[in-house]
Design a protein around this ligand. Structure first.
Ligand SMILES: *Cc1c(COP(=O)(O)O)cnc(C)c1O
Length: 341
């Protein structure tokens, strides 16, 4: 496979149009057979459900070139399953899970020239999404939907190594109890824009959101779950019905238990306890793990012993093991790696 002539190590994280994308339409209660298309544009009626009432959900995952030169996708079945949950919560039709995985594989295969070569640190980011397309003016779910998948090559998240970031405890809430925090929907991001722009203006990389009801427990950031490491080497990760069930977090929990023999606690994490931890990181598909060096709570600083120069040692071990599995350097648990043939 002849790769595109791109500067893989310097492409950054922005949209690069690739050759093919997958599209399927839902009408009269059924999905059509779906197809790959060259057309990167979506033309919609001015009153489309997605434009008026934000009826849209999405997913995100990555395809890689392994050490042996295979093109692989990391756990797309879990993204398929999660999109089912997201769609149901917004009263959208379900795109069948096997078809989701097939659509992702087709899209990656058709754009294999854009899957970055092994060793560049770059990957092909894959974005499946679905939205209401027919005119809706009275508030109700749309009757017609479009499901699409495109891929875009993205550069290494950390150029020159992962430097710990400083984050703040936000004064805004991300998700209400019994709301939509647990689904992957654009609506959760629209309302986070003001909070993240505000944090950036104040010099912080991210927001730590606390639970909206009591503002005492750690939830997540705008787009990543938290991991903490205790002073005696346990992995602790917040449990809540209003955080997004990160596939990276679930994979890291497995890696911690089964590959590194660590104790793992998935439980409510009071913010009060955070100052006791040795390491802190954020996890999600984009960066896998971003180390957090400092959390600022209204002027009060929590500085983790791992410091501001590099990832904490346990976080690093987790990161190296999971990325080793993804890149084919370490044997993967059964079913984690979908090979594109
Ligand atoms: C996508 C997302 C994550 C990370 O999930 P992964 O499956 O690991 O990519 C975490 N939090 C939110 C709010 C998200 O939307």
């Amino acid at each position: 496979m002849e790769k595109k002539n791109l500067d893989w190590s310097n492409i950054g994280f922005s949209y690069v149009q690739t050759d093919k994308r997958y599209v399927s339409n839902f009408k009269n209660g059924a999905w059509d057979e779906g197809t790959l298309t060259d057309d990167a544009n979506v033309v919609l009626n001015e009153c489309a459900g997605v434009l008026q009432y934000a009826q849209t959900v999405f997913e995100g995952m990555k395809a890689y070139t392994t050490e042996k030169g295979q093109t692989v996708i990391f756990r797309p079945d879990l993204n398929a399953e999660r999109m089912v949950q997201s769609a149901k919560r917004l009263e959208m039709p379900v795109f069948p899970e096997e078809r989701f995985v097939d659509a992702v594989v087709q899209t990656v295969k058709a754009n294999e020239a854009y899957v970055p070569p092994y060793g560049t640190g770059a990957t092909l980011y894959i974005r499946p999404y679905m939205f209401g397309t027919n005119p809706v003016i009275g508030v109700k779910p749309a009757d017609e939907y479009q499901f699409r998948v495109f891929g875009t090559p993205v550069g290494p998240y950390f150029k020159g190594g992962a430097k710990p970031i400083t984050i703040k405890v936000s004064d805004f809430d991300r998700a209400a109890p019994h709301g939509t925090g647990h689904i992957k929907a654009g609506l959760n991001y629209a309302m986070s824009m003001h909070a993240i722009v505000t944090a950036h203006e104040e010099g912080f990389a991210e927001n730590m959101y606390l639970d909206a009801a009591t503002r005492t427990n750690v939830e997540e950031t705008g787009g990543a779950n938290f991991l903490f490491v205790t002073k005696d080497g346990k992995l602790v990760t917040p449990k809540s019905n209003s955080i997004l069930p990160s596939i990276t977090r679930r994979s890291l929990v497995y890696v911690a238990k089964e590959y590194l023999g660590m104790d793992v606690e998935e439980r409510v994490v009071p913010f009060e306890e955070v100052k006791e931890f040795a390491e802190c990181g954020l996890c999600g598909t984009a960066a896998v793990v971003s180390p957090v060096g400092k959390i600022v709570d209204h002027g009060k600083e929590i500085c983790f012993p791992s410091g501001m120069d590099e990832m904490g040692p346990v976080t690093k071990k987790l990161y190296d093991t999971l990325t080793g599995i993804q890149m084919g350097r370490i044997e993967a648990p059964k079913g984690w790696i979908k090979v594109v043939e």
